[in-house]
Design a protein. Structure first.
Length: 231
């Protein structure tokens, strides 16, 4: 590496079925990393750019078949990778993203039963492969479908994904399990069925195991869990 070139940033993603609670910890993770002197970009999928946010609204609220859904999600992802994720990583900035391609394999592949081979092709095309851009760490917030459904019902009106039945989310959860089994070094499974503080302690243990040696600008206590609704 050239002396004047910044080291590549790290790419961390949060995954899980709707209601697993992953988004509740997004700001806390951002704060933990930032307290260690890191530049951090926090973003989400579908979304993260003006174009991708427009496509997100279509995907979440307009009826469509599985192929159209997958194509729109990957179109949004392409713009997101090109405009936000890849440039940030190249500058040495760490990227923290609420969902990425594992969600497509879980939701469109597992939940919808869409062709996994086609999803793999889209993954390679969109993520600047081969080899395709992949997260350095994926935090999988794993909760039973019934637990997640109860949480969703308590906080908001469902979109077209959240309105699906428990059988759909059981398939999505199985899709995540398959992705985790295929990339065990990248995935960290968290038991997301417990209290928010109990889940945060699991998150903190993973972060400290991976990057606990980074210089901290705090007293070592770490950030408190951020406020916000369960995703």
């Amino acid at each position: 590496m050239n002396a004047g070139r910044a080291a590549r940033g790290r790419f961390i993603t949060l995954e899980g079925i709707d209601g697993a609670g992953k988004s509740s910890h997004l700001q806390s993770i951002h704060d933990w990393l930032q307290a260690r002197g890191l530049q951090v970009v926090t973003t989400r999928e579908p979304g993260g750019t003006p174009l991708a946010e427009t496509l997100r609204e279509l995907v979440l609220h307009q009826p469509m078949d599985a192929l159209t859904e997958a194509l729109l999600v990957f179109a949004a992802r392409r713009d997101h990778v090109q405009q936000v994720i890849a440039p940030a990583l190249a500058r040495g900035v760490w990227v923290l993203c609420d969902r990425f391609t594992d969600a497509s394999f879980a939701y469109q592949g597992g939940g919808r039963g869409f062709d996994l081979g086609l999803l793999q092709t889209l993954e390679t095309w969109v993520q600047q492969g081969p080899p395709a851009l992949q997260p350095d760490l994926t935090l999988w917030f794993d909760a039973p479908a019934a637990t997640a459904a109860a949480r969703r019902a308590a906080v908001r009106t469902p979109d077209r994904f959240e309105a699906q039945d428990e059988a759909f989310f059981d398939r999505v959860r199985a899709g995540y399990a398959a992705r985790a089994a295929a990339a065990p070094g990248r995935f960290a499974r968290l038991d997301a069925a417990g209290s928010r503080e109990a889940v945060w302690q699991q998150v903190l243990a993973v972060l400290q195991a991976r990057w606990g040696g980074l210089h901290a600008h705090t007293d070592g206590a770490g950030p408190s869990p951020s406020p916000g609704a369960v995703p």
